[in-house]
Design a protein around this ligand. Structure first.
Ligand code: KG4
Ligand code: ZN
Length: 354
C-alpha cells in the first residue's frame, strides 16, 4: 500500500511517501537544529510549535510530488517528546479519518530498525533477514534488538546515558556545539585514540546491558584537567584531538561489547545498525569488520537515513500493517516511553482497537 509516513518525535519534522514495495517516492525533512542550538539541547515546547508550523505544508508538498494519494498513513506514536509526538499523531489521525484511510502508529525504534533495509535510489525495500541482530544507537537510545517477522525484541540496553548523548555532552564541555556526534566524527580522524586512556565500565550482573555515564564523566574530567573546557573546534590542540578520538573509540567499544555473546546466542542471519550514531565512520567500519569476521552479513543504512526521518517510519508502518497492527484514528494516543513486548507477543494495544 502506498504509505504516507510522518515523524515528529523530537526535533526533526519529516514526511515521506513510499509505494507498496517500499520504494521512496517523496521524502522531505526540516531540521530544527538551528532553533535549538542556542540552548545546547532540544527545548520541548519549541519543538512542538515548529512541528505545528511545518507539518501542513510539508504533507501538502509530498502529496503533490507523489502525484497519487496514499492508501495507508503511518505516524510515530512514541517514544519521544509528548508534545512533539502529539502534533504528528493528531495530524495523522485527522488526515486518515478524513480520507477513510487505515492508520498505523509506529514505534520510533521499530522505525530505526527498518532503516537499514530501505534505499532512496528507487529500488524496493529489502526484506529483513530473520532473525537480524540490530543495534540502535542515537541521542536517546542505545540498545540491541532481535528482529524477526513478528517484530522486535530488546535484548539489552544502556542503563544510563545513550551513546549519542555521551558524545554530545563531552562535545558540549569542549565547546564543539550541538549535536556533538558529527563534529567528533570529523575531529577524531585527526587524533590518536591510544594516546588517552578512558574507562570502559561493564554492568556487573548477568545481563549484557551497557553503561556510558562512567566514560562520560571520565572524559569530562579529562577535558577540565587538560584546560580544554569551551575551547571550540578551531582551537583544539593535539591533546584535545587525541581525547576526542579516544572517546569515540571507547563509546564504540561499549556499544559493540555484547556483540560476540549475542552472535553466539542468537546465530542471526544478519547484523544491522541504525540511529544517529550509525552515521559514525568508525562504528560503520568496526561493525562491518565484526560481521566479516563472524561470517554474517551487515546491513548499514545510508547516512541520510540514520537520523530521524519519515522514510523509516513509513516502511515500519508497512511492516506493522502487514501484521495487522492498525490503530483507531479516534482513539490513538502518543506514548513517551519505550514499550517492548515479550518474544512472540503483540504489543498491548493502547487505543482499544483491533
Ligand atoms: O537518531 P537521532 O537523529 O536522534 C535521536 O533519536 O536521538 O540521533 C542523534 C544523535 C546525536 O547524539 C548525534 O550527536 C549523533 O546521533 N550523531 C553522531 C553522528 N551523527 C549524529 N554520532 C557519531 N558520529 C556521527 N557521525
Ligand atoms: Zn531517533
Amino acid at each position: 500500500m502506498r504509505t504516507l509516513g510522518i515523524e515528529t518525535s523530537c526535533d526533526e519534522t519529516a514526511v515521506a511517501l513510499l509505494d507498496g514495495d517500499g520504494c521512496v517516492v517523496a521524502d522531505l525533512l526540516t531540521s530544527q537544529v538551528a532553533r535549538h542550538a542556542p540552548y545546547g539541547g532540544v527545548v520541548p515546547e519549541l519543538a512542538s510549535r515548529e512541528h505545528l508550523r511545518a507539518l501542513p505544508w510539508m504533507v501538502e508538498r509530498v502529496l503533490v510530488e507523489a502525484g497519487a494519494p496514499p492508501e495507508l498513513v503511518a505516524v510515530t506514536g512514541g517514544p519521544g517528546l509528548i508534545g512533539a509526538l502529539l502534533v504528528g499523531v493528531r495530524f495523522a489521525a485527522a488526515f486518515a479519518w478524513g480520507r477513510g484511510l487505515p492508520l498505523v502508529a509506529v514505534d520510533h525504534l521499530a522505525g530505526h530498525l527498518a532503516s537499514p533495509f530501505v534505499r532512496r535510489d528507487g529500488s524496493p525495500a529489502a526484506p529483513t533477514p530473520d532473525p537480524t541482530l540490530a543495534l540502535v544507537a542515537s541521542g536517546g537510545h542505545s540498545a540491541w534488538y532481535l528482529v524477526t517477522a513478528d517484530g522486535a525484541r530488546r535484548l539489552c540496553r544502556t542503563r544510563d546515558d545513550a551513546a549519542g548523548e555521551t558524545l554530545d555532552k563531552v562535545a558540549q564541555a569542549l565547546g564543539l556545539g550541538y549535536p556533538g556526534g558529527p563534529v567528533i566524527d570529523r575531529l577524531a580522524r585527526l587524533g590518536d585514540p591510544a594516546a588517552v586512556e578512558l574507562p570502559r565500565p561493564r554492568i556487573k550482573d548477568a545481563s549484557d546491558d551497557l553503561s556510558f555515564s562512567g566514560l562520560k564523566s571520565a572524559a569530562i574530567r579529562e577535558v577540565r584537567r587538560l584546560g580544554l573546557a569551551g575551547t571550540g573546534k578551531d582551537g583544539l590542540p593535539r591533546a584535545g584531538l587525541d581525547l576526542v578520538a579516544a572517546l569515540e573509540a571507547a563509546v564504540i567499544d561499549q556499544l559493540l561489547a555484547p556483540l560476540p555473546r549475542l552472535l553466539e546466542r542468537h546465530r542471526p542471519a544478519a547484523i544491522a545498525v541504525a540511529g544517529g550514531v550509525a552515521a559514525n565512520t568508525l562504528l560503520r567500519t568496526r561493525i562491518e569488520a565484526d560481521g566479516r569476521e563472524a561470517g554474517v552479513p551487515v546491513a548499514i543504512p545510508e547516512r541520510a537515513l540514520t537520523t530521524d526521518n519519515a522514510v523509516m517510519i513509513a516502511r515500519a508502518g508497512q511492516l506493522a500493517a502487514a501484521r495487522g497492527e492498525l490503530s483507531d484514528p479516534r482513539r490513538l494516543d502518543a506514548w513517551t516511553r519505550e514499550v517492548w513486548q515479550p518474544p512472540g507477543m503483540r504489543r498491548p494495544r493502547r487505543d482499544g482497537f483491533g
